[in-house]
Structures are given as structure tokens and as C-alpha cells.
Design a protein. Sequence first.
Length: 240
Amino acid sequence: MPVPRAAAAGRRGGIPEATVARLPVYLRVLTALAESETPTVSSEALAAAAGVGSAKLRKDLSHLGSYGTRGVGYDVEYLVYQISRALGLTQHYRVVIVGVGNLGHALANYAGFGTRGFEIAALVDADPRRAGDRIGGLDINPLDDLERIVKENEVSIGVIATPAAAAQDVCDRLVACGVTSVLNFAPTVLSVPDTVDVRKVDLSIELQILAFHEQRKSSGVSAEPGAAVPDAVRATGVSA
């Protein structure tokens, strides 16, 4: 699910951005616990499963007004609701994917969006030869129809999976249509108004960060994950 632009960093709705970035991880763990009919979970167990310290987890959850019960822990179902509400997942969001190459094709076929409140409403591609092809039960639409598709489908979020050279133009058109949340898979930084939130997903950057840590481990240097590269991480919009 998305991290807002650096220009809008700080707090959203009273919750620090670093906490917002961790909430989906807690939610994933809690959802698995709920599915296994686990009624409660301690902060230590939840923190370990999420890969964070228990003190940090308790502080994060305190921003939601959830403090758990001493000796019992957190009510799993209620915490799932609290985090879902904080993330806006109790609402329904319609998504358009622009760029239906290999990555866009995989995203269109991903079944997990629907269970989290996101509906892939439309697929768009610049190649006119793709128009009418069906993926995941949806027809691919020509790029010329983007504005009409966004309006007719009441799209809330735009996913850009185009080549880098086309990404800014696509983003500009989405913003002009009123889309204020963009998930960008294109290997480029997008320029958007302060009112638009962009989350950039760059797998090559993630691999480079992992390579950094592999190098540290092979040379016998231990470091807390992410400690040596916070500036690079922030600059690219990638959240640790």
C-alpha cells in the first residue's frame, strides 16, 4: 500500500510518517493472526514478527490510541480495525494502471488488491495494438482515453508502470484529471504539486541497498539495518 512526498513529510493526521510506513507491516502480521483465530498478541510477539523493537511498536500504536492490556496484550481483531481505519482501508479505492508491460501485467493479475480495499478499475497502454486485450478480466484501453477512463471510473489512485520517458507526461495527465495519489514504478522522479502524494517503487534501488549491507557483512562490519544510508533512502523515497 503508499509513502507521501518529502514535501509533505512530518505528520499526517497526527501520526508520524515513519509510523505510517510501519503500520502496513503490523497489519499484515495481525491479519495472519486473525486468520489463525489468535485472539490476542503481546507487544513483544507482534514486534518480533514485524521486525521492529517492542518499544517502537508500542509507541507507534499509541498514536492510534491503542495501548494494549498489561498481561494480556493487544486484541488482534480490534487492532486490525484500528490500523485499517488509520490507513484509510475501511474505504474503497479505484485504481488505474497505466503501462501494461510485464510489470503492469503482473500488477493487473495480482489478487491481493481486492482484499485490501483496492479495485483495479481500468488498464491503459500507449501501444494501440494492445487495445482490447484482456488481463485479469479487464480490457486494455488506449492512452488517448485516459481522461475519460479516470472520470468514468472515479479513479482515486494512478499506478504508473510506463518507461521512464513517458512517466511524467502520464503523471501530469492523471493530476490534471484530479488524481492526487500516484504509485510510480517508472525509474524516474516525478514532479507533482504539493497536493499530490507519490510513492516511488524502485526495485533496483532496493537491490543496491541490499548490496551495501551484503558488502558490510562480508567485510565483517556490523551495522544496524538502514543506519548507514538514511540520506540515500530519504532522497529516493524508499522506506526502510
